[in-house]
Design a binder for this molecule. Structure first.
Ligand SMILES: [Fe+2]
Ligand SMILES: [Fe+2]
Length: 325
């Protein structure tokens, strides 16, 4: 054995011993050894955020029938016809008039059944995302966008179990949360649980028509009815007087479409200018994902005054204004 080989084995041994320091980092080091990365690459892998790999782990959650059931229901029931029916039901924003803070009060008991990373009431997750954007020094419009990105889940307050709008985590929530896709195109195989794609009647009918809308641009995309689409329309509704920039509204609308912004399955449908929006969605998603820790953000009351100044700035009627939900 040469001196170089001996040194290499010594390095690997030290790397393996180091694995015992902490589980997450140890696992990464272990993978460095297993995949025979060079030491510099190994060091780089260790300093990268360990959370990234553990989040959105749908394989780990495959045994979790709650998440599986959610996605099979979503694929089965979220069709063009269903979306049109929900647009009629919710698109007029006649369900309630209330302040954003009152809307958040309603969300306090809602837990998202489709999310494998978090079992907290959604309202806490909203504050976590907003605080993560604030701590990262992002502009105030991005912080407020993070606070509001999941507000559409409050459709559960007026929706029905049979339409997938239950507020209970053991109820049907297939039209509230979950990764989405673009209507009018076959559902891509990179969507989570692609084995359920064939349950979707539109997908079956559209098979083989992948390229029929080349370059249409994401502003022409239509999406299954869910919290993203509802919240986007809520913010865009003229009567609600929202002054957030258009990119903020697009972040809200697109944030659950992972096949679009992360898996890049719809690049052939994009138009000039869309890439900038997708990059903003990806930037935002860090705050959506990495803020999902199962720890309690204790004092939401303490945070409200700050966020109400942002609502004052970006809504014509201010934080005390009643908005149409
Ligand atoms: Fe969301
Ligand atoms: Fe979220």
């Amino acid at each position: 054995m040469s001196l170089v080989q001996s040194l290499w084995i010594l390095l690997l041994t030290l790397c393996v011993l180091g694995c015992n320091a902490t589980d997450g980092v140890g696992q990464q080091l272990h993978e460095c050894v297993a995949t025979a990365l060079q030491p510099s690459e190994c060091a780089e892998a260790v300093v990268s955020p360990p959370d990234a790999e553990s989040l959105r782990n749908y394989e780990k959650e495959a045994e979790d029938s709650r998440v599986r059931k959610h996605y099979s229901d979503m694929r089965r029931f979220q069709t063009e016809d269903f979306t049109r029916r929900m647009e009629k039901k919710f698109g007029g924003f006649t369900n309630a008039n209330m302040t954003i803070r009152q809307a958040f009060k309603l969300l306090e008991n809602y837990v998202d059944a489709s999310d494998p990373d978090v079992s907290l009431p959604n309202v806490i997750h909203n504050f976590m995302a907003a605080e993560a954007a604030r701590k990262a020094g992002k502009p105030d419009w991005m912080q407020l966008t993070a606070l509001l990105h999941d507000v559409g889940k409050l459709m559960f307050a007026w929706g029905e179990e049979q339409d997938g709008m239950s507020g209970r985590p053991d109820g049907r929530q297939y039209s509230l949360g979950g990764d989405t896709w673009v209507l009018g195109s076959p559902i891509p195989s990179v969507a989570v649980f692609p084995e359920y794609n064939m349950l979707n009647a539109d997908h079956v009918a559209l098979n083989g028509t992948e390229n029929n809308k080349l370059g249409m641009g994401l502003r022409s995309f239509r999406f299954p009815w869910g919290h993203d689409e509802y919240a986007y329309r809520f913010l865009a509704h003229p009567a609600n007087g929202c002054k957030l920039p258009e990119v903020a509204l697009q972040i809200v609308r697109l944030h659950s479409c992972y096949p679009l912004h992360s898996k890049r399955a719809y690049d052939h449908l994009l138009a000039p200018g869309d890439e900038e929006i997708l990059q903003r969605v990806i930037e935002f998603n860090k705050f959506d994902l990495y803020s999902k820790a199962d720890e309690t953000l204790k004092d939401m009351d303490r945070l409200w005054p700050y966020y109400e100044t942002l609502i004052d700035k970006y809504f014509e009627r201010g934080a005390n204004g009643l908005l149409h939900f």
